[in-house]
Design a binder for this molecule. Structure first.
Ligand SMILES: [Zn+2]
Length: 191
């Protein structure tokens, strides 16, 4: 539905671009900082990457997954709120004859991060897989070399490290390290 330019320079020098929305409200957003730094060919390659996210339905799939996970979490909360051991196990004495909803919600919020911690590498990995897919799409519909140059400029400008710790990447990186993305783009260009 539109190509938007975000007035990002007012807040920081950070440069970025993203695709968001679904149905009739899909849009690609570029930071003005990005447009200022990239050549037209590089802008086209970044646009192709964002359209790759659309083509592969990454946003829709992500929203669907979140919906299912949220419902599952609420179902679990509903079930736990009726279990006496859930309260006593956390050192709280419930009054089972009266509603414990607020108490259950509070305890649930305290406990969930302990378990969701182990879900984060799985989610991060899925996100990185989507990035590789979007890169591959960009390399076939635009110039892969342009995308490589744009990626390098982004990393340079955002002062992000080119050699992150692999374990940290596994847990927290939603995007693959630049070296991996460049290597794949190069391999695609050769092959
Ligand atoms: Zn992306």
């Amino acid at each position: 539905k539109g190509l938007f330019v975000m007035d990002g320079s007012r807040r920081s020098a950070h440069a970025n671009a993203y695709f968001t929305g679904f149905g009739r409200s899909k849009r690609v957003v570029f930071f003005d900082t990005l447009l200022r730094q990239l050549t037209p060919g590089e802008v086209e390659a970044v646009l192709a990457h964002e359209l790759g996210h659309f083509k592969h339905r990454h946003i829709t799939r992500r929203m669907g997954l979140m919906l299912v996970l949220s419902l599952a979490a609420f179902a679990l909360l509903g079930w736990l709120s009726a279990q006496a051991w859930f309260y006593t196990g956390l050192g709280v004495q419930p009054h089972m004859a009266a509603p414990n909803d607020a108490l259950a919600l509070l305890l649930f919020m305290l406990v969930v991060p302990v378990f969701s911690f182990f879900v984060s590498p799985v989610m991060a990995r899925m996100s990185r897989r989507d990035e590789f897919e979007a890169d591959a799409f960009a390399a076939t519909h635009a110039d892969g070399a342009d995308l490589s140059r744009a990626l390098l400029k982004l990393h340079q400008d955002n002062a992000s490290t080119l050699t992150p710790d692999p374990v940290y990447v596994g847990f927290y990186y939603s995007h693959p390290p630049a070296a991996q993305r460049l290597a794949r783009l190069q391999a695609a260009a050769v092959g």
